[in-house]
Design a protein around this ligand. Structure first.
Ligand code: SF4
Ligand code: SF4
Length: 365
């Protein structure tokens, strides 16, 4: 039986967050070693008010409560911006100045790992720093077009440094394989993760993880087992295990442990809406339809569309695209595009929308 704490945290004032995190530690108990790596979600160089990244006050409080040294690190997608720019925009630089927590670049030394994902072998790097330090996982509660939800398990993907993170999508262009990878990657890393706290004071629904809708919720969700915390988060979003692909896969392969919820008992997040892609995953539950999806993967999908009226030609989407599918005049080559939606995630101006492909619009609800 694994314990997951749900604790009210009505706002991001430091005293409020400190009370909430102290309560979590009282409820679950903790004995943390020194030298932990606080791993936020630093997907994009955005202001915390946009609910794309883990709020800096959570990191500030933990940097004061945990034994030093404390490190803060995440590897964002490959863009032209420096890591220092990310730290500044996400306000983690301020946290470091106030608390003496040390900001680290995960793009340095890596170790290469091999995983067998549904019969496909894949090699990839993982930041060596993450294996040398206990990881304190600090995801943001958001939706995601390929994994439906992104909380604890998906947040660890940021430990794969920079460009290889995008390149891995070319190994697994099918969402089902990518979700399998998330499951096996979690299994690889789970012993290094000492604790998880999900920032659900403000969450993101609809087409997350960077261009969805910000919603207020007012809770932190925490526990030692990331799968169980994700399961509770899915429940709070009104989702069943089979509606979140990586949870369904985890349940089928390893079984999700029984969960005891302690702390508060909130209502589910009111009106939480899943991304457009969820209709595809619903079809994949049907064996016959999943065969269709496999054979028509390029036609039945969620595709990125650039809104040239909003686009400021920053070229971040061109740089991040692992399939080299976006030309310098910002046209997307549909034959090359693998629908990884990395471009959608990094666009700083919400100038990329996701749209059901022609066939998906005909077939899907
Ligand atoms: S165009 Fe966007 S969705 Fe298509 S492969 Fe490139 S980054 Fe991925
Ligand atoms: S679509 Fe977005 S990321 Fe791409 S060039 Fe335009 S503003 Fe930049």
């Amino acid at each position: 039986m694994e314990t997951v704490a749900i604790v009210k945290c009505p706002d991001y004032k430091k005293t409020t967050v400190k009370d909430a995190i102290s309560r979590i530690f009282d409820l679950i108990g903790f004995d943390f070693p020194s030298g932990v790596l606080l791993k936020p979600n630093m997907l994009s160089a955005r202001n915390p008010d946009e609910a794309v990244t883990t709020h800096p006050v959570i990191l500030e409080v933990l940097s004061e409560l945990l034994p030093h040294p404390v490190f803060i690190g995440d590897s964002p997608p490959n863009t032209s911006k420096t890591i220092e720019y990310y730290w500044n925009q996400c306000q983690y630089e301020d946290v470091s100045k106030k608390t003496k927590a040390k900001l680290v670049k995960l793009e340095g030394k890596s170790s290469i790992f091999t995983l067998n994902v549904k019969g496909r072998k894949v090699n990839f790097p993982v930041s060596s720093f993450a294996f040398q330090h206990p990881v304190f996982n600090l995801p943001k509660f958001k939706t995601h077009n390929i994994t439906i939800l992104t909380c604890c398990m998906k947040n660890l993907y940021g430990l794969i440094p920079g460009y290889p993170k995008g390149l891995l999508h070319t190994e697994f262009p099918e969402p089902e394989y990518f979700n399998h990878f998330i499951v096996e990657f979690y299994q690889l890393l789970k012993e290094t993760v000492v604790f998880n706290i999900v920032d659900a004071v403000e969450v993101m629904d609809k087409n997350g993880p960077s261009s969805g809708r910000k919603k207020y919720y007012g809770y932190l969700i925490a526990g030692k087992n990331g799968v169980c915390v994700d399961f509770v988060c899915a429940t709070l979003a009104g989702l069943k295990i089979h509606e979140v692909p990586f949870l369904r896969i985890y349940e089928n392969i390893y079984g999700i442990p029984k969960v005891k919820i302690i702390g508060d008992q909130p209502e589910n997040i009111p009106g939480f809406q899943v991304p457009s892609s969820s209709a595809i995953f619903k079809m994949q539950e049907n064996r016959f339809m999943s065969g269709i999806i496999r054979t028509m993967a390029n036609q039945l999908n969620i595709i990125p569309v650039i809104n040239h009226n909003i686009c400021v030609k920053c070229m971040e989407c061109v740089k991040v695209c692992p399939a080299r599918a976006i030309s310098n005049d910002l046209k997307i080559d549909r034959k090359k595009c693998i629908n990884c939606l990395c471009c959608f995630e990094v666009c700083p101006n919400r100038a990329i929308n996701v749209r059901k492909s022609f066939l998906a619009r005909i077939i899907l609800p």
